[in-house]
Ligand binder design. Structure first.
Ligand SMILES: Cc1cc2nc3c(=O)[nH]c(=O)nc-3n(C[C@H](O)[C@H](O)[C@H](O)COP(=O)(O)OP(=O)(O)OC[C@H]3O[C@@H](n4cnc5c(N)ncnc54)[C@H](O)[C@@H]3O)c2cc1C
Length: 342
């Protein structure tokens, strides 16, 4: 097991609310590590509506989900947070007063005086295609995300899907793979037209294969794939030999391990007080879409407010001996120095 990472605050979830919390904590000299199961930051804004305009961020008449994520990343840059992406938080244990031990599915262990749950609507999890026995190959030779392209070098790959993820990974992995086959149920793609054109050009040049149909069966042993059967729309079945399969069927959201962290949930949400957005466990906070309290609105601006108040209380756990003086960024040279503007 890897060495324990010690920090002031662990934030679970790098959605917009988790990201802005880094800013509010940073102004108070509190260092944060963020963990997200997605391989990118921005939560719902980045994953569900990157191109859609948002009209109700205070002071910004219009910004897309992608734009807001980028602006938040720019804003928190001075505080240099550490990101652990593509990792799920599985355990949160209270081991001190307050001190928490946080564990991830990749064996990482972090210790922090404060834990902030910014888990939003829950875990984004890949949808599993309806192929009999697929679960026996998962993580060994069926993967729902690419963490390391080199793991697929010189392999015969099957990528399944017709959206941007399937097309992007087709284009990225084609030069690395021994042979790549893209499988989609129809000869029309939801992904960006430019990616579709590039993929079709590779097929025309004989550099990869495109099969129209659905994967109906897998062959292999001990979790290692050997071949997949592809059922065409005319009922014919083709067998394609492969070492790995990457299905990209979109994502669903489910609560996940939050339910196991000793909190009494209300309708799958975490009840908090409205003075600091702290849970029933001292030092454990919940902000953004994951929390509930009278009058809660699941809006980004509410999550930003919650992060600001959370940071004020978190300060007393991180620096119990210090007094907190309220300051404005417009007039405090000390805050401006932290932001790198004075
Ligand atoms: C289509 C659509 C349009 C919207 N439009 C607006 C709008 O116009 N204005 C507005 O204010 N709001 C809008 N919203 C709502 C807004 O997106 C949410 O309020 C906001 O994303 C909540 O932010 P969050 O950081 O709390 O959670 P999220 O954005 O849900 O992020 C939470 C993150 O936590 C991660 N996570 C969860 N559990 C774990 C775990 N155990 N381990 C690791 N990672 C974990 C998830 O992967 C996710 O990335 C919209 C939502 C949708 C779906």
């Amino acid at each position: 097991m890897s060495e324990t990472i010690k920090t002031d605050v662990v934030i679970i979830g790098a959605g917009p609310v988790g990201l802005f919390a880094v800013f509010e904590l940073g102004l108070l000299d509190i260092k944060a590590h963020l963990i997200d199961i997605l391989d990118k930051v921005g939560g719902q804004c980045a994953e569900l509506y990157p191109e859609k305009p948002i009209y109700d961020i205070p002071g910004i008449p219009l910004i897309t989900g992608h734009g807001l994520t980028g602006a938040l990343m720019e804003q928190i840059k001075p505080f240099n947070p550490t990101f652990h992406l593509g990792e799920m938080v599985t355990t949160v244990e209270k081991i001190g007063d307050p001190l928490f031990r946080v564990g991830t599915d990749r064996g990482k262990v972090l210790e922090a005086k404060v834990v902030v749950i910014g888990a939003g609507g829950g875990l984004f999890q890949p949808k599993r295609p309806p192929i009999p026995g697929i679960e026996t190959y998962e993580s060994k030779s069926v993967h729902y995300a690419v963490r390391n392209m080199d793991a697929f070098r010189d392999k015969r790959l099957l990528i399944v899907g017709g959206g941007d993820s399937a097309l992007d990974w087709t284009l990225n992995l084609q030069p690395v793979a021994k042979r790549l086959t893209l499988v989609h149920r129809r000869d029309e793609f939801r992904g960006a037209p430019d990616s579709v054109n590039k993929m079709r050009a590779l097929v025309a040049a004989g550099a990869m294969d495109l099969k129209i149909g659905q994967v109906s069966a897998l062959e292999g042993a001990d979790g290692e794939l050997a071949a997949a059967s592809i059922k065409g729309n005319d009922g014919s079945v083709t067998r394609v030999e492969c070492d790995a399969m990457l299905p990209f069927f979109g994502l669903t959201m489910k609560l996940g391990p939050v339910a196991d962290w000793g909190l009494t949930l209300k309708d799958n949400l975490i009840p908090v007080d409205t003075a600091a957005f702290e849970t029933s466990i001292l030092g454990l906070f919940a902000i953004g879409d994951i929390n509930t309290y009278p009058g809660k609105l699941k809006l980004i601006l509410s999550g930003f407010h919650e992060g600001a108040l959370m940071a004020q209380k978190a300060y007393h756990y991180v620096y119990p001996e210090k007094r907190l003086v309220f300051q404005y960024t417009t007039s405090s040279t000390s805050l401006q120095k932290k932001l790198g503007v004075a």
